[in-house]
Design a protein around this ligand. Structure first.
Ligand SMILES: [Zn+2]
Length: 247
């Protein structure tokens, strides 16, 4: 009875805090690679977000030293503040694919609301500015034009997804949340990443050098490599996403 009462309380609470007058449900799309069907091995895509802030050189060095390819989603803000890291990535075009994480790290949601405490773009025009300014920042930093977009918080309104596809970008979901927004401990992060299976797309962060999660990212990746897993970038593989993100 106590349990029932608690769950009813939880239901009542969730009804109470549901955003009023906001019919659009947000989606957090998944992305998978076609599995290769290799027993115990296969391939995974490592995607790392550089939202703002600095560079986790533990991760960057481990990728270079162990020749692990990765797709890095960078914002305009991060690009401006991390020229040295960008130079290292550009010096290893065989390892690093730089893609679009938006100009100012604003969620690609076209109605006004907050997601994990971050204010959404709030209108179709603002979503478009976020996407295009991210691409422009990458273009002015040199290198190839981005083909993939991942919005801040990785949540979207369905109408924003349709618009971003029209702008010419595929949208990068994921299938393994490696570091819980870089807030997990090293051990749990290593466990999650190390458990990735053939066809998984891992998301983690490369912009939080003081967080314990970064150490776990390195440990998890080395465990996958040890198992014989192959790493590919998003451009090298046909990723299939749901919610209309890649088709
Ligand atoms: Zn981000």
């Amino acid at each position: 009875m106590g349990l029932l009462r608690n769950s009813l309380c939880a239901m009542a609470l969730s009804l109470f805090v549901a955003p009023a007058g906001n019919a659009a449900t947000l989606v957090e799309p998944t992305l998978h690679l076609k599995p290769q069907g290799v027993e115990g091995g296969g391939r995974v895509a490592l995607t790392l977000d550089a939202c703002g802030g600095k560079t986790d050189t533990r991760i960057l060095s481990a990728l270079v030293d162990n020749r692990i390819p990765a797709t890095i989603f960078v914002t305009g803000i991060w690009l401006r503040r991390n020229a040295e890291a960008v130079e290292i990535m550009r010096a290893h075009p065989d390892l690093f694919e730089l893609e679009n994480h938006g100009g100012r790290h604003i969620p690609a949601v076209d109605t006004p609301r907050k997601i994990y405490g971050i204010r959404s773009a709030g209108s179709p025009d603002a979503v478009q500015v976020e996407v295009e300014s991210g691409a422009a920042a990458l273009a002015s930093a040199g290198g190839p034009a981005p083909k993939w977009f991942r919005g801040a918080t990785a949540e979207y309104s369905p109408s924003a997804i349709a618009m971003i596809r029209k702008l010419g970008f595929k949208i990068a979901g994921f299938s393994v949340n490696g570091d819980g927004g870089s807030l997990l401990g090293a051990k749990e992060t290593a466990r999650r990443i190390g458990a990735a299976k053939d066809g998984d797309v891992i998301i983690a962060h490369i912009n939080q050098p003081t967080h314990a999660a970064g150490e776990g990212v390195v440990q998890g990746l080395l465990a996958l490599k040890q198992k014989g897993m192959t790493f590919v970038r998003l451009d090298d593989a046909d990723g299939v996403g749901n919610d209309g993100t890649t088709d």
